[in-house]
Design a binder for this molecule. Structure first.
Ligand SMILES: C[S@@+](CC[C@H](N)C(=O)[O-])C[C@H]1O[C@@H](n2cnc3c(N)ncnc32)[C@H](O)[C@@H]1O
Length: 263
């Protein structure tokens, strides 16, 4: 089971020494606007249980702590999970080491099953079947993804996009299988519909802000794995961010696409 995910994780670099720390430091947590949208579609003021599949270092999992009775992060990569546990103090947040398709959680209890920036890593249909199993009637599955790169400033954006393009081209040239590209995010809603397990499906959008700086922009690129093959473009991004942002902090716009299915 989950050989696909196991192989993907193996070649992703996410098991490398120190990667989970870089990830947790530079990747965004979902802004409150996104959690507001999810709470509204779940139809409750305070969810009793949220299950966060592919929780990584728990950036989205612990963001729920104040707003729910209980939140459970599900993650198969032990290094990411170790970082999640070390970074979490709230007693109503816990983690299980498992794949999204086999959470071993009880039937029909969750108000929300979320997958932040991770549904494209998973074989969709077995995971949707598992999400539907653990959701209560009226509960919501939500695949939530922010646009990459998040917008900071046009020149910085162009340099970041050039780095991502160089990375994609090098992967192609070297025959390195694209990390988590088997299940494109644009198809998430089709997959949710095709599962036949949700009575209402829809794509929603929301955005929020966080503060960043030149180091934050470079760190985010590093957390995407962009460094490994592209020192020139990486250097250019850092130089551009240093020149444009200087030592100021800067608002970074996080645009989320939220693909939901209501059970
Ligand atoms: C890009 S990270 C997203 C982490 C976190 N949700 C966030 O928002 O930062 C994708 C995560 O999905 C996990 N993952 C990969 N395959 C999975 C599967 N089949 N079931 C659950 N999680 C999986 C990876 O190990 C990785 O930690």
């Amino acid at each position: 089971m989950s050989t696909f995910s196991q192989e993907l994780i193996g070649r992703s670099g996410y098991l490398n020494e120190g990667f989970a720390d870089v990830y947790d430091r530079y990747r965004p947590s979902p802004p409150s606007e996104v959690l507001d949208v999810l709470t509204v579609v779940a139809g409750v003021e305070r969810p009793a249980l949220v299950v966060d599949l592919g929780c990584g270092t728990g950036l989205a999992t612990r963001a729920w702590a104040e707003r729910v009775d209980e939140v459970i992060g599900v993650e198969p990569n032990p290094r990411m999970l170790e970082r999640a546990r070390a970074a979490t103090e709230q007693s109503n947040v816990r983690y299980v080491e498992a794949f999204g398709a086999e959470t071993r959680l009880p039937d029909g209890r969750a108000d929300l099953v979320t997958s932040f920036q991770s549904f494209h890593w998973m074989e969709p249909q077995p995971v949707l079947a598992e999400a539907a199993r653990i959701l209560r009637d009226g509960g919501v599955f939500a695949a939530c993804d922010y646009d990459v790169p998040p917008f900071v400033e046009p020149e910085v954006d162009a340099a970041f996009s050039a780095l991502l393009k160089a990375r994609r081209e090098a992967r192609k040239r070297l025959g390195i299988p694209a990390g988590a590209a088997s299940w494109p995010k644009e198809r998430h809603l089709d997959e949710i519909r095709a599962s036949g397990r949700f009575r209402f499906t829809r794509e929603l959008v929301a955005h929020g802000w966080r503060e960043t700086d030149a180091g934050g922009v470079a760190g985010l690129a590093e957390s995407i794995g962009a460094l490994r093959h592209h020192p020139p473009e990486q250097l250019r991004l850092r130089e551009t961010a240093d020149r444009v942002l200087g030592d100021r902090t800067w608002p970074q716009l996080l645009c989320y696409r939220i693909r939901i299915g209501i059970k």
